[in-house]
Design a protein around this ligand. Sequence first.
Ligand code: MN
Length: 715
Amino acid sequence: MIAAEDLIALVRNYNPRTNADLISAAFDYGREMHEGQFRKSGEPYFTHPVAVAAILTEQQLDDATIVTALLHDTIEDTRSTYSEVQARFGTEIADLVDGVTKLTNLQLASSETKQAENFRKLFMAMSRDLRVILVKLADRLHNMRTIRAMKPDKQVQKARETMEIYAPLAGRMGMQWMRDELEDLSFRVLNPEGRTSIMRRFITLQKEAGDVIHRITSDMIHELEKVGIEAEVFGRAKKPYSIWRKMQEKQIGFSRLSDIYGFRVITRTEAECYAALGAIHQRWRAVPGRFKDYISQPKSNGYRSIHTTVSGRDGKRVEVQIRTRQMHDVAETGVAAHWSYRDGVRSENPFAVDPAKWIASLTEQFDGEDDHHEFMEAVKLEMYSDQVFCFTPKGDVVKLPKGATPLDYAYQIHTRIGSACVGAKVDGIRVPLWTRLKNGQSVEIITAEGQTPQATWLDIARTGKAKTAIRRALREANKERYARLGHELARSAFESVGKKATDKVLEKAASRLRLEDAETLLARLGSAELSARAVVEAVYPDLAPRDTAEVELKRAVLGLAHGQGFERARCCQPLPGERIVGITHRGQGVMVHAIDCAALAAVEDQPDRWLDLHWAEGSHPPVYTVSLDLTIGNDAGVLGRICTLIGERKANISDLQFVDRKPDFYRLLMDVDLRNAEHLHSVVSALDAESNVASVDRRRMPDLAAPDDTAAAAE
Ligand code: MN
């Protein structure tokens, strides 16, 4: 195993100002934590984190990354904790180690490629800091280099994962050498015969054609010298895996595969790149369609190079990449170049991309938010920022659009879970349903029997799936309620003209109004699309009450003795159109209650105090106050819309009182002056239809009337 001093020396090579004490402390702490643990190979476990750190020194990474590598398995596999790492090494390193731990805990559910792409996205999204991915990639590289110690089936699983997830990830981050090595190590495990046969072909080829690489290299150097370009030229046979892939893609055999060699020309200046290109194209024939200029149009990860393929007289093709030394460094290290040190200072390579800018370029299409600046400031990775990845308590990944709430998550799991949702816990803490979920959070949904989707949920849900399910449930619930209300309205409307709303009568009304059946009629009536008067008129045109027959308030109630005053009971607030009963009070006249008022129980045993009363027929002035109990969303303007709705229905709000202000909901009591039950119904229906109204109930307050009646009963 590499000793602490050796590791520090490796870092000091490129960063003389390294914090040797910090690295040494991390080394000691990591070794202590992993004490007694061993790798499959039998070596002490700590050799692994040290090897990972050494790999990262090759990329000349900063101290925080090296220390993270030394500690990357402590939180996961030892008694160490986040807070302890934080206390000893600071928040930056604790967060990095925590990030690596989270990535380690992700399990690839299936090996399907589609899933792999999602997984790669998840991986990126999860890592708020790119250094987390750099450590994870080095971790995987070391594990792949030492994979032979594992059981064969485990080897295959790891190799497949590496091929699908880690190698493309390394490529995407611009670390070509790492991609190549990861692919080759996986290829050895997944298809040893394929790899061996390609290696064997190389040897045969070399015997036939001699040292092709050496010959072409000298030729190239010669051509470049002729035009005064001093350049380094490197040639190499392509990696067995990339040859094998090409054979698979093109369905051709090795003998017909022409460009198996690649050459790199490293020049001193950018101008020399183009001059070199000219010289090479003059000497060899360029293969059409293979030229790419990534110098004038660099890749988003900072990659710059000129690519071309040329063929010699024998028809053999070779690929040539031309770039400067600085461009070459970026091509090898990719985005990691940002953290690289040269002679003790962060490298000043003009081509190294700022990871924040790189990420921004990838996310530009999703970004339009005002936090863009902040996003650029912090070197945070929010790739695929149109998506949020959360976890179930079991650790499964749930993909949601940005801005999604626990409600969306619940519906994503199952419509049944969504419908029964009463609350949510995020990372173990209870949160309101409108909370926006963030990457990597684990979400638990609390459900309750009897819960049904609420209208306000439409404003909380972001996904189409949740909204559709909520709307459907609300429609179903409304249909039922409307039919019930419609039935009640029809009953009282017919009763008010001395008739009964029998099935037969209702069917007749339906057919005269050209409606499908009585059920449709009741639903329309209930949803206030149809007035009760119109229904009565359809069957009894002559009996329908006249609009113009204004009844004086005094004479609103029939059945009272001459001069007897009356008062509407505050407990039940009966409305014209509802069945009523009068209770006499000594010296106070008559209290008018709804027939189903709970307060009547108190006078049940005094039948002589009961009076049969009826509302006068015809239209009443809007003077009957009813208290409504409303729960509304707290969005701006909701209250205004509600007042408008009520005003439009010619009802007057006489009092308004907030009883409960929760962050997401307001509960309020609203007194509305109305003409009759039908009027009330039209107001309630309108409120119900407003998506920001979670619930609207008529308030019954039996306690309000009880003292008076109880006192009377006690006499
Ligand atoms: Mn590890």
